[in-house]
Design a protein. Sequence first.
Length: 587
Amino acid sequence: MNPNKPPSELQEAIASLRPYFVRAGWFSLFSSLLVLAPSVYMLEVYDRVVNSRNHTTLVMLTLLVLGAYVVMEVLEWARSEVMYEAGTELDKKLSGRVFNAIFEANLKRQPGGTQQPLNDLRQVRDFLHSPALLAVLESPIALVMMVLLFLISPVLGWSSLVFGVLQTLVAWLNERSTKPPLTQANRSAIAAQQYADGTLRNAEVIESMGMLRNTHRRWLSKQQDFLRLQALASERAGGFQALSKLVQNILSSLLLGLGCWLLLHNQLNGGGGMMIIGSIFGGRMLAPLVQVVSQWQAVVNVRDAWGRLDQLLTTIPAKPNNMALPAPRGTLQVEQLVAGAPGSPVPILRGVAFALNPSDVLAVVGPSASGKTTLARLLVGLWPAVGGKVRLDGADVHTWDKGELGPHIGYLPQGVELFEGSLAENIARFGEVDRAKVEAATRAVGLHEFILSLPQGYDSPVGADGARLSGGQRQRVGLARALYGDPVFVVLDEPNSSLDEEGDAALASAIVTAKARGTTFVVMTHRTSILAVADKMLVLRDGQQQAFGPRDEVLGALNQAALQAQAPAQAAAQQAARAGQTRIVAA
């Protein structure tokens, strides 16, 4: 990390867990020292009990080592609990932030707008109490063991240092060898999962047109790439893991042999027992590195997850807490709007400008791909504008805190999305359900009687994506949700595309009723039935504003333009007819 670069949000979150790491480090230090208890017990039994044949000494030594075992296990448990709490604390700090970042990335059509960042956060959280990180926390004990080996004999100390360097080299080679296939395997696994998710979302289309075999073949290809790369990485990691354990075993035996040689030459401090102690110290010194090498796949996976998560949080920073604004009254100003889909350099709307007063009803018409849906998204602040502004009561809609603005806004997109829950919860926007307001909204769109006919009434579940309702019913529920709580500004994108004549009449009645309360409406539509309740009209073509003004004036201008366009064609047809008659007479 660049020391001059400020820490990222993820790094700050990890840094805030420092007290947990300190506590776990102390627990690791003492529990690692207690690992030597069996060796000390063995030496004491040989030295004190075998020679003295004292049963009391044997009992006391046994009780002491049993106590050491109990304390060691308690320390291990406490360390694990501390790191689990650290993971829980990290989740509390970041889960909401990551969820919001995913949501915003999805709105902006940026990478990361899937559930993968939540999986990445879980992977980082679980790594905090994984064997790999716990082994890192034990690494200070390796230095203690090395110092003790130097005190027993410099020869043993230097030998252990050489093998420590060798073990580090094995870990580095393991990293170089396994990182590329593991990284690519992770990407292939994510791609396969995302493809499978997309397939499930479009199950009806795939089944109806017999696409299952082809989609399965494509998914299987991605899955096989993942399995092949993972197998390659596991094969390489297994080889280095075996090599790492070999280095550890060789060092233990080598230190035992060197200790014996030094004892024979009277160069071993502490006597003959230090041969065994030195061998044990050598094995314990390399144990953390061996554990890290054996868990290296988890290390690479969490590093990739960290990188993706850090990039998402950096790309989509947390929104600042802006000053609260007064509730809007419904005055809309669109100022020379230039906009396109997020991430695309091609503008969809160019130079759109108009204004609405409270209780105005604007009908936006135009052919397909004229920019009506893009305008709807801009009006409610979902997409940013490249140029110009959308202002509601003078404030920029895009930057207005949606948690603050949302209750005053109603929005019905073209594709109505309902969520797992009851009808009442969906209409009440999953806030506190006000039965009176819910009923008022459903009555306004002509849905109340239908809901009462259901066995569970307003508590009836809609199913995943509203699967238990028809298209027209889903659209009416979405419309009731848009009108819930008497919002002051409502944007409806093709609200009657799935409605019958009765639904059309209910929609028009709902608009008239809300208009009387001062609600401002913008309705994108292809159907002329909605024009009867519109005050103003906006015509879009190829993303440009063709006409705007009072409904009757715009309709008159459109009719006049149509007549003028027809006049040359009619004159040409009449001239052709006269020419044909002249030829007949001449003949």
